[in-house]
Design a protein around this ligand. Structure first.
Ligand code: KG4
Ligand code: ZN
Length: 348
């Protein structure tokens, strides 16, 4: 348990529900950290032919699967709703039509079982994925320590926040254009690689030379903001040069050089921010935190302990929603049953 009084952190099991984009998830978490069950149904195959998430298709697929996913999460936990203390659901940000499916499911379950409903910010969920560990391990790993410098890198967001305590964020900066994940996805498309772009670039980059091309690094000195559109344009320029000459693209070298530029900017800026704001530790969260080069580069520096979730918790899942939901539950946060989704809800 956490190092505060028992009152501040009550014992509770939270059922989490996530449906903000193209993953349908349900999970049960005990006391904000212990993962009892976690079920995720990915829609990647459905969207791959469109080269990105098709919102209508996503919401219809959530409707088809969500009750079965919730049932599975409860079954795997050997629990029914009577063993649960609250239902946490992603309220936003995300695709409106997808969010509504999870929200309506959570409301229905809350009403039927008389359980409290807690709307959770999806970005906050990503952050809390670093608190989660399998509940049956002999010893809980240490929880991240405040103040924490948090880099959030997902398909829709790239931002730096100083986290001074549970649920307390100071926003420092964000991308001025593309999110890091979006840049991976767009550059993958330029290189003819499959959706989702992040994992495809990572695989292609493994065979390439990260120094083959010196792509620009937007440092944006004097701010904690990021920019990836110039980098994307620089890759596009090289692609055009090869196309004009009718030569095959050096996909592996381009992928490796692009990835190196993204990783360099993200790691350098986050470590610098941790130094300037005197953070105790660093936390990296969101889909792009699954990137091998990013993980290795963060872990190679020895100045700060870096919390990066295990791969299965990097991309969208409901365990992180249940974990963040628990800390809201502990604070007394309860939402009404007419809660609306917030497709553009910022973290702070
Ligand atoms: O957090 P997430 O699952 O969904 C959002 O909330 O956006 O992040 C999805 C993003 C996509 O842009 C995907 O390409 C990227 O995370 N991603 C990766 C990797 N795995 C997923 N980017 C780089 N390397 C990866 N291994
Ligand atoms: Zn996400």
């Amino acid at each position: 348990m956490e190092n505060k009084s028992a009152n501040a952190f009550p014992s509770a099991r939270i059922l989490g529900i996530e449906s903000s984009c193209d993953e349908t998830g349900a999970a049960v978490i005990e006391n904000g950290r212990g993962l009892i069950s976690n079920v995720v149904a990915s829609q990647i195959d459905l969207h791959a032919k469109y080269g990105g998430v098709f919102p209508e298709v996503a919401s219809r697929q959530h409707i088809r699967t969500i009750y079965a996913i919730v049932d599975q999460a409860l079954q795997q936990a050997h629990m029914s709703l009577s063993d649960i203390d609250a239902i946490a659901v992603t309220r936003g940000p995300g695709l409106a039509g997808s969010l509504v499916v999870g929200m309506n499911t959570a409301k229905g379950l809350a009403l039927a079982s008389n359980l409290p409903l807690i709307g959770v910010n999806h970005l906050e969920g990503h952050i809390y994925s670093s608190w989660v560990y399998p509940h049956d391990v002999p010893k809980a790993p240490p929880a991240p320590g405040f103040p924490l410098m948090a880099l959030l890198v997902s398909g829709g967001h790239t931002e730096l926040n100083l986290i001074t305590d549970h649920l307390t964020y100071k926003h420092l900066g964000a991308t001025l254009d593309d999110a890091a994940g979006e840049a991976f996805d767009k550059v993958a498309r330029l290189l003819g690689l499959a959706y989702p772009g992040g994992p495809s670039i990572q695989i292609a980059a493994a065979e390439g030379n990260p120094q083959a091309y010196q792509f620009p690094r937007a440092r944006l000195e004097g701010t904690w903001d990021f920019s990836f559109s110039g980098l994307k344009t620089a890759v596009l320029r090289v692609v055009h040069q090869f196309e004009e000459k009718n030569q095959p693209l050096p996909v592996a070298d381009l992928a490796a050089s692009f990835q190196a530029a993204v990783v360099d900017v993200l790691v350098t800026k986050t470590v610098r921010a941790a130094q300037v704001f005197k953070a105790k530790e660093i936390l990296v969260a969101g889909g792009v935190s699954a990137n091998k080069a990013l993980r290795e580069t963060f872990l190679a520096q020895k100045e700060f302990t870096v919390h990066i979730p295990p791969l299965y918790l990097c991309t969208d899942n409901a365990a992180m929603i249940a974990a963040a939901g628990y800390f809201h539950f502990a604070k007394g946060h309860r939402d009404p049953l007419d809660l609306d989704v917030l497709p553009t809800w910022p973290l702070s």
